[in-house]
Design a binder for this molecule. Structure first.
Ligand code: FAD
Length: 116
């Protein structure tokens, strides 16, 4: 049947949110200033308290404690977020993503031109 314009369930919210988070990391500066670094750290701290899936939010808060956002550059932030996402994938029994491909997936498009 059709299902459109409905409230998001946990998985729909999750995939849309990962798209936003990875895209935000993809467009983070290569050479961020101190304010941009502090803002990104503070974003993830606040985000992890407000994300509207309680189990997900609590899980992320724990991860941020031992793996704080690496805000030094676009590359560092994107790789850090890829690892965090992979930890969640592992917990949920989903396949691991190859983090070497993260900028093709979320910024540049695949080398075979399929996104052009
Ligand atoms: P998703 O995991 O949503 O991934 C979307 C797309 O991102 C994939 O198709 C792939 O192209 C790409 N991708 C996959 N892995 C990576 C990676 N490592 N780096 C870059 N790109 C990647 N669900 C729960 O049941 N329990 C939880 O505790 C939980 N915690 C979450 C915490 C956060 C912060 C978020 C945003 C979501 C969480 N979710 C949780 C939801 C869960 O992660 C998935 O979003 C959901 O299960 C839907 O999965 P999916 O198969 O659509 O792919």
């Amino acid at each position: 049947g059709i299902r459109q314009n409905c409230p998001l369930d946990k998985d729909e919210l999750g995939s849309k949110t990962w798209a936003f988070l990875h895209t935000m990391a993809a467009y983070y500066p290569d050479h961020p200033n101190e304010k941009q670094k502090a803002d990104m750290t503070s974003f993830f701290d606040t985000f992890s308290k407000l994300y509207p899936c309680n189990i997900c939010a609590e899980d992320l808060q724990e991860r941020l404690k031992y793996s704080p956002p690496q805000t030094g550059s676009q590359e560092k932030l994107s790789q850090w977020l890829c690892r965090i996402h992979n930890e969640v994938n592992k917990k949920l029994g989903k396949p691991e993503f190859d983090c070497k491909l993260v900028n093709q997936r979320w910024r540049d498009g695949w080398l075979d031109g399929s996104c052009d």
